[in-house]
Design a protein around this ligand. Structure first.
Ligand code: ADA
Length: 567
């Protein structure tokens, strides 16, 4: 396994590698497609997306991928675990349709019935077409490219009828008191003995779990506790022996809360300094190699960042493991982008939003780096139709995890109707970039004006006791464009813009942090909407899509590193 949790003594096959691939064209009814006689074109690498393949890019349609898994244990059930894929997928094993995935980027697990065969055949249909019925969570107007393929790793787990899948570790205090909740696949019908170890200790705790205490968390104390913090990201391991298998979870002793307009980490206020980051690269799309994840995080660390907003979908578990190890604070959010009232009125959309939000939280639950859950980026939260649904998602996130902050990024701050659902006032704002009213040359003065207006509004709304986070703010620049007039799209204008923003954030105690928009340029519309996006890219990165720094990168680095996250 290339991310936690680990399952020692369990048979787990990584299915990353070469699969057979086929383009099936614009098949009108992918739901009813039968994979009986596919003409395979040749190999494709999984994880990988068709939009990055010379043979398939520029095609939107139905594709198939096939993998044979040999030497499986006859008669044993299995679970196929996908780290994330899109836009739509349907899974067949040995010709039997098992499940359909309509939650792009979210972790997806499918139970595979036992078979007497020792060689199994997996066929995965992938469709990268936008389709409001089949794929209601991903609309063509999203300002990031909709890729078709398997974005992250795939694993085949052989499981017992009853198997221990997760041990959720919650911090009670920084002296090592934790609560552990055990999650099983299958129903506990008789008493089970668990032997529990922390780190490399030989001393174990025995816990007898039975049908009537299964859901009750177990209180334990970590021997030699060391709290997790971005400056000292100490991690602990929990090892649970159960029925011959050993589940290994990694966790951190970390508390997060808000108080008097501040974000409080381990009882100390902290300022969040960082970027929004899309998972994308021109050569790989969202199917990034591990080396790119490490490179991105080293660049962010060198830039003086302690915070990353994983815009705008559930993140790669390998990336979150690295954030745990390298000491970044993370906002992870469910897939969403400018949802409107017709989305709120669509039960299918709403159910899928809740499904993916819960799946995201349950999968990422033990990452100490994650301090905030989000959803529905920039939805019409200024309209009354939004309130019930935003409340539903906030409730779902809190039900899955009461230990972290919950919010969503609003771009309607002066008409916002849902501040009550925000633990953190997360506002996306683009003063000095998108014109509001008259067109002015280099309107940088709008930045301070807008922030002052926001702070005054929060006071008037009676929400100034909540921390105010600039969850997006930024300006575009074309890499290499140096303009004497320092107009929009010049590197100079972007650098001046982010200089003003980061200096204000660092000096103003009323602002708990910033996630600049955005870390690096990313591919967006491939249709005529691109008229507003030079190169069909979102060019607001401080780095270009190949992570080459623009002038702004040095300015942000200078300010973040000379400033302090200590509030
Ligand atoms: C919005 C949106 C981002 C991006 C940004 C922009 O805030 O949340 O995804 O589209 O605007 O570049 O305009």
């Amino acid at each position: 396994m290339n991310h936690f949790p680990h399952y020692r003594n369990r048979t787990v096959f990584s299915l990353d590698g070469l699969w057979d691939a086929a383009s099936l064209g614009e098949h009108p009814e992918p739901e009813s497609f039968s994979p009986g006689n596919i003409q395979w074109d040749g190999p494709a690498a999984i994880p990988g997306v068709v939009d990055a393949l010379p043979d398939y890019r520029k095609q939107r349609g139905l594709f198939a991928f096939r993998k044979r898994v040999s030497s499986t244990t006859a008669g044993k059930p299995a679970v196929l675990k996908f780290g994330g894929l899109g836009l739509w997928a349907k899974l067949f094993v040995d010709g039997q349709a098992l499940a359909t995935c309509r939650t792009p980027y979210a972790p997806w697990e499918v139970e595979v019935p036992a078979s007497e065969k020792s060689e199994r055949e997996i066929i995965l249909l992938i469709d990268n077409r936008f389709d409001a019925q089949r794929v209601p969570l991903f609309d063509p107007y999203f300002d990031f490219y909709g890729y078709g393929g398997v974005y992250r790793s795939v694993e085949w787990h052989e499981v017992e009828k009853l198997s221990l899948e997760r041990a959720v570790v919650s911090t009670v205090d920084l002296k090592g008191k934790v609560q552990v909740e055990f999650r099983f696949r299958g129903k506990i019908t008789e008493e089970l003995e668990l032997r529990i170890f922390f780190d490399d200790d030989q001393q174990s705790t025995t816990h007898r779990i039975s049908p009537d205490n299964a859901g009750k968390p177990l209180k334990l104390t970590v021997p030699s506790p060391r709290p997790w913090h971005p400056e000292h990201p100490h991690l602990h391991q929990l090892k649970v022996h159960c029925q011959g298998e050993i589940l290994i979870e990694r966790f951190g002793l970390r508390k997060i809360e808000t108080k008097n307009g501040k974000i409080i980490l381990n009882d100390q206020p902290i300022k969040l300094l960082g970027y929004n980051r899309h998972e994308a690269h021109p050569q790989f799309g969202p199917a990034l190699p591990l080396s790119q994840l490490v490179q991105d995080l080293q660049i962010l660390r060198q830039t003086g960042c302690n915070f990353i907003r994983g815009s705008h979908y559930p993140q790669d578990q390998r990336f979150l493991d690295l954030c745990d190890e390298m000491g970044f604070l993370v906002w992870e959010e469910a897939l969403g982008w400018q949802a409107h009232p017709e989305h709120f009125a669509n039960p299918d959309f709403c159910d899928l939003q809740e499904t993916q939000t819960r799946a995201m939280v349950r999968t990422s639950i033990n990452h100490p780096s994650i301090i905030m859950w989000g959803f529905l980026n920039e939805c019409d939260s200024h309209l009354p139709e939004s309130e019930d649904f935003i409340g539903r998602l906030a409730k779902a996130a809190k039900e899955e995890d009461s230990s972290r902050l919950v919010t969503f990024a609003s771009n309607h701050p002066f008409e916002e109707r849902n501040y009550r659902h925000m633990d953190v006032l997360a506002i996306n704002a683009y003063p000095g970039w998108y014109p509001e009213g008259e067109h002015k040359e280099r309107p940088l003065e709008e930045i301070e004006e807008r922030i002052d207006r926001l702070l005054a509004h929060f006071k008037k709304e009676g929400v100034a006791h909540k921390p105010f986070l600039l969850s997006e703010i930024g300006a575009g620049a074309i890499y290499g464009w140096r303009d004497e007039l320092e107009a929009h799209w010049s590197e100079q204008y972007q650098a001046s813009y982010l200089d003003l923003v980061t200096k204000r954030v660092l000096r103003d105690p009323s602002i708990c942090g910033v996630a600049l928009w955005q870390f690096c340029d990313g591919r967006t519309y491939a249709d005529t909407r691109a008229l507003g996006r030079p190169r069909a890219f979102n060019n607001k990165g401080s780095f270009d899509e190949y992570r080459r720094p623009k002038l702004a990168a040095a300015v942000v680095r200078q300010n973040f590193r000379s400033g302090s996250a200590k509030v």
